[in-house]
Design a protein around this ligand. Sequence first.
Ligand SMILES: *Cc1c(COP(=O)(O)O)cnc(C)c1O
Length: 496
Amino acid sequence: MTTFAEQPADILARLEQLRQADAPTHGGHVLSYVYDSGLAELDELAAAAIRMVQPVNGLDPTTFTSVAVMEREIVGFARDMLHGDGDVVGSVTTGGTESCLLAVKTARDNWLAAGGVGQPRLLAPVTVHAAFQKAAHYFGLVLDLVPVPPAGVVVAADLVARFGDDVALVVVSAPSYPFASLDPIEKVAAACLERGIACHVDACIGGWVLPWFTDVPPWDFRVQGVTSLSADLHKFGYAPKGASVLLQRGRDRQRTQYFATTRWPGYPVVNPTMLGSKSAGALAAGWAIVHALGTDGLAALAASCEVSTQTLIALVDEIEGLRVVGTPVGPLLAVATDEAIAIDRRVDPHHWADQVREHGFLLQLQPGLTQADGTHLAHTTHLTVTPVTEHVLPELSRALRAAADEVRGVPPVTSEQVLGSLPTEIVADLSSPDAGPLDSATAYGLLEQIGLVTPGSVGAPLPDRMAPFLALIEALPASLTERLLVELLARLVEPA
Ligand SMILES: *Cc1c(COP(=O)(O)O)cnc(C)c1O
């Protein structure tokens, strides 16, 4: 009989207690990160499926054949849903980021195989998900981000004008995460086809829900020229985190996604995705959910999301001082200040989000961005709408209205306010090209000076008000902010 260092019941009690401090994952009070179908049976089913494959190693579908069957069925379902023909093949990955990374790696390797010379380029609107910045960084591509107009939809001709022999991949979104903008996919993909350039549609957020939205122009494999597409099961496929689908047009293209080696004294390695040994949990849960919902179930949930989104768009349009950015396509929207009205009637979207939190709902603050051409995209607040939103709509509507009334006329946080205790010379010095990398101690010292960490305290929960934090992100040079955020997150998991 084994004696445990701690009793299972006590360990679970502690976890229970830790979970209490988390943002609520169910009930529709958090409008980002979590995708609650509102169907408790679906969660039970997913949990049971995960349990059944708990000991399985997803690394080897020839040894654990259940993995191959589940993956094949999900890929088949997704291919039908996204109008792919027999030439479309795919993989289940561990998430949107992995799908995006692999789409880029595949495109790079095909570009090289086709005789590409020099450094390949990844071309996309600036609204493309940050996962593609990560992919360019990991896989050595030049990142070429095209500025977008204030409504968030890239002008197709602006993208096409930058085509060249060095472009290994063009990425468009269905829709983009920051503004729910649907890129001009038909135009861009047609131009890509003509030039022989690969074109990825990032439908990580839209992939499992847009197929049932009304009046959406073609954005999937119906569009010739689309060579790959990512669609996250762990978003509007309602699976627990750890599952996404990457579809590719053309077996030969797709084979370069794989990594294989027999050149070591161990087992032959043949990996379609980034990981080696991996859980089959999210795959099994996603597979079970897709079977349980089927097309009709997904359609019904999508319909709920569409109605709630329209309701929220109409609501925000009615709130004096706020406006919806562009024309959202999909169950998400971004909200900005209405600059058409008098300053004292405007509502700052970040003060608004902070105030909405006081009313029990968590919205996501998005920083403004100065684009390469010098134009500025306003800071916004993001809402992702899910099937449970329907159940909290009256309460949410009251919160959104009341919060706007409470902060109307309050000016946005200025950089002077947030940089107050941080002399501008220090910022200039630290971000000058010859400053060298910032060491951990200096970065931590800056975080203390800004007031983001308290000396001697363990962990750093979100500040009560996020508006000043976002203003800080905008006020400091990106490289410095990025380094400070790395320090903040790294310290979070350092043993005391
Ligand atoms: C969520 C998302 C991603 C990245 O997905 P993760 O699952 O968070 O890794 C990529 N693109 C878009 C449009 C997304 O919404």
